[in-house]
Unconditional design. Structure first.
Length: 79
């Protein structure tokens, strides 16, 4: 085994590995282990990377000009 392969093997030996039965994997919900601020901080580098990979610049506009829409659930009937 050459030195590079051995170095890669040693690096992989410290990777955290967890085994789960198929269908019994833990949820991707991080709300129990992170704060809202931490989750938002995780999102920003992903958004920047996505725009970069798409070859586009991040849009710059005022919040009032942001595209989007509000979808409200139907009002429930009082019984």
């Amino acid at each position: 085994m050459d030195d590079d392969a051995e170095a890669r093997r040693r690096a992989r030996s410290s990777w955290p590995i967890r085994r789960f039965e198929l269908g019994a994997e833990p949820s991707d919900d991080l709300s129990a282990t992170t704060t809202v601020e931490q989750r938002l901080a995780m999102m920003w580098p992903l958004a920047v990377r996505a725009w970069t990979l798409a070859g586009r610049e991040i849009p710059r506009y005022a919040r009032s000009e942001m595209p989007g829409r509000i979808i409200r659930p139907p009002a429930s009937e009082a019984s």
